[in-house]
Design a protein around this ligand. Structure first.
Ligand code: RIB
Length: 297
């Protein structure tokens, strides 16, 4: 089972506050952590810790943060032969997390914005070996398009997590096997806040399956044969950072293990909930034994 992730790598600077500040307001943080993040790297770590063989295609700067992030990803056992080192700085995320667990994120993309299509084409051999290719939108759209098109041409299954939300070129939709927006992203992509209507609109564009993540309410999945809601597990929300990434990594693992659809969605919900009940992104990703143990008890 091999999963190839094409996406961003960031150093996350997370400040915990009682409430997210309003415009013009200054608030004090109760704690501050610096941890490994980036939607691409988070999804890669999630899939790896759940037992998949994982390769990451991405970009880092030739700086201290880049070296540290590379060493950590290497320790996870992720194939980093597709990670370029650019002249730019390593991507940074400034994350504010309030006590309810909700967050707001500002990205300085740095090297992630230098991940070019030509680099993805050069790593076609990695994509060729994948059961699933996972892509998000924190790298240039041109490169997203190349990753999706090449993977589709090679007959690989493509999961596109449209985060952060931005318009997707119409011709890409038919190359996407699974699109995984949250409700905000669904609304931005389709104009619909109704989950079923939004999912139908995306299927009409040529996506084969739409899975809308609903946070603590679980997820909704629609394709030509199914329309099903799968609830999540109850948790005490600590930090939503990386929960969506955990969901996507877990979904790819479950489907590549050929779990039945409903079981795969439940598994992905459980892994997302696990991460939302802990601080940080990559440091919160569970190992398979922890998830399997939780399911048994
Ligand atoms: O999805 C969470 C991630 O978004 C964070 O780790 C941050 O780096 C941003 O990419």
């Amino acid at each position: 089972m091999k999963i190839v992730v094409v996406g961003s790598i960031n150093m996350d600077y997370s400040l915990r506050v009682q409430q997210l500040p309003r415009k013009g307001e200054t608030v004090s943080a109760s704690s501050y952590i610096v941890t490994a993040g980036g939607k691409g790297a988070n999804q890669a770590v999630a899939a790896r810790r759940l037992g998949a063989e994982v390769a990451l295609i991405g970009a880092l700067g030739a700086d201290e943060a880049g070296r540290e992030l590379k060493a950590r990803l290497n320790q996870e056992g992720i194939d980093l032969s597709g990670v370029a080192v650019t002249n730019g700085y390593t991507g940074i995320a400034q994350i504010t997390v309030e006590d309810s667990g909700e967050n707001s994120i500002v990205i300085a993309p740095g090297a992630n914005s230098e991940l070019e299509s030509v680099w993805i084409e050069r790593n076609e051999s990695l994509l060729r070996e994948a059961d699933f290719v996972l892509v998000q939108l924190e790298i240039p759209m041109d490169s997203v398009g190349t990753a999706v098109r090449v993977a589709h041409r090679l007959g690989r299954k493509v999961i596109l997590n449209p985060a952060p939300a931005k318009p997707i070129p119409e011709e890409l939709y038919p190359c996407i096997d699974i699109l995984t927006p949250n409700e905000t992203e669904l609304q931005k992509l389709t104009g619909y806040s109704d989950v079923q209507e939004g999912a139908k609109a995306l299927l009409a564009k040529g996506v084969k399956r739409v899975i809308v993540t609903l946070g603590e309410r679980g997820c909704f999945c629609m394709d030509a044969e199914h329309a099903l809601s799968v609830p999540s597990v109850p948790i005490i929300a600590i930090d939503a950072t990386g929960a969506g990434d955990a969901f996507n990594g877990a979904l790819a693992v479950a489907l590549s293990e050929k779990m039945a659809l409903e079981e795969a969605l439940g598994f992905a919900n459980q892994v997302g909930a696990w991460v939302a009940s802990r601080a940080g992104a990559q440091i919160a990703m569970p190992y398979r034994r922890e998830i399997d143990g939780e399911a048994i008890s």
